[in-house]
Ligand binder design. Structure first.
Ligand code: 5GP
Length: 337
């Protein structure tokens, strides 16, 4: 046994210290980023915030809302849509703001193969999502995808430490997804005792990724626009949001009325609710590592998007960052806990 003594931080352990700024208004701030991905060599320009590939979040309705709203954010479409619906959606919408999601199960691989057969040259971005990105099997899996789809941008995870970020980037991943246990409906830390404070995970993993010309996506734990600003300030290139985008008209989930209030039932993708819905039950050898919660119904997502984008612009204004890219250089965190 070994104990790591260094201080590790979460979003609520810090605040961003204001700095002298020449910016007059949030309108002067550009919150888009441009990247050329290490392996796919594809270019990207947009607001680097991604709706998580979860039921209630990574939906077609959310993708349509992002496009209509002109937010330039993207959606990791959840993997439970049938192939026919996916091909139709890709036929009708630009793939610019879409990530095609898969796990490592056979069904996902077969669906992806069929998608590629039916719509060659359509997919440009894939999100490979597993709860534990530390297995050798996972590294081999992403290597295989890289060999088969050389010009596709691959985002994969999740991990929380620099050495594994490096291994995944060397295996062909363009963007490593970072976060084990911080999610709003995640119970991994409680059920297994495993995890890593998210702000420190972002700082350490960004450093490892950037050293190799790769990128990271901070996934989980953001519960306010300020947390997203902290994630970018800590060095995240992309930020993925689940809970903050749940509870809207775009969730494609039932709206429940109780005592005159409206709610939506939101659940983790490895919760009992998700496993029963998508797999017909919880496999015996697995524990559920996600929970199910009732969250207030929030109407259309456009108001939330405005809050998120406005909050990030404002954070940039407070520290004098004219472009989102400058935010990490201009961020000094003050420890508050
Ligand atoms: P949030 O933005 O809600 O805090 O976190 C979203 C992230 O939580 C997702 O992108 C995913 O990585 C993670 N997540 C979603 N469902 C589950 C689950 O059932 N269990 C665990 N451990 N993590 C989950």
């Amino acid at each position: 046994m070994r104990i790591e003594d260094g201080v590790k931080l979460d979003f609520n352990s810090v605040l961003i210290r204001p700095k002298r700024s020449t910016l007059r208004s949030r309108k002067d701030v550009d919150i888009t980023r441009e990247f050329i991905f290490k392996w796919s060599r594809r270019s990207y320009k947009g607001v680097p915030i991604i709706a998580a590939n979860m039921d209630g979040v990574g939906t077609f309705a959310m993708a349509k809302a992002f496009i209509e709203n002109g937010s330039k954010m993207s959606v990791a479409v959840h993997k439970h849509y049938p192939l026919k619906d996916l091909t139709t959606f890709y036929d009708e919408h630009s793939s610019e703001n879409l990530w095609y999601s898969i796990g490592m199960v056979k069904d996902d691989q077969e669906k992806l193969e069929n998608f590629l057969k039916e719509r060659p040259n359509t997919l440009d971005k894939i999100c490979v999502d597993v709860a534990n990105g530390y297995s050798e099997h996972f590294v081999d899996f992403v290597k295989r995808i890289r060999e088969e789809a050389q010009d596709v941008t691959i985002m994969a995870g999740n991990v929380v430490t620099g050495e594994m970020v490096e291994e995944l980037i060397l295996a062909g991943v363009d963007i490593v997804k970072v976060g084990i246990g911080p999610g709003s409906v995640c119970t991994t830390r409680k059920m297994t005792g495993v995890g890593y404070p998210q702000l420190s995970a972002i700082i350490e993993c960004a450093d490892a990724a950037h050293g190799l010309g790769g990128l990271i996506c901070a996934d989980g734990g953001c519960s306010s626009p300020g947390d997203i600003a902290k994630a970018f300030g800590a060095g995240a290139d992309f930020v993925m949001l689940g809970g903050m985008l749940a509870g809207h008209d775009q969730s494609e989930l039932e709206i429940i009325e109780k005592d005159g209030e409206k709610y939506i039932c939101f659940y983790g993708m490895s919760s009992d609710t998700a496993m029963i819905k998508h797999k017909g039950g919880v496999a015996e050898y697995r524990t559920s590592e996600g929970k199910t919660v009732s969250i207030p119904y929030l109407g259309d997502v456009s108001g939330t998007l405005q809050d998120i984008l406005g909050g990030i612009r404002s954070a940039c204004t407070y520290v004098g960052a004219r472009h989102l890219k400058e935010l990490p250089k201009r961020t000094t965190f003050v420890r508050v806990t």
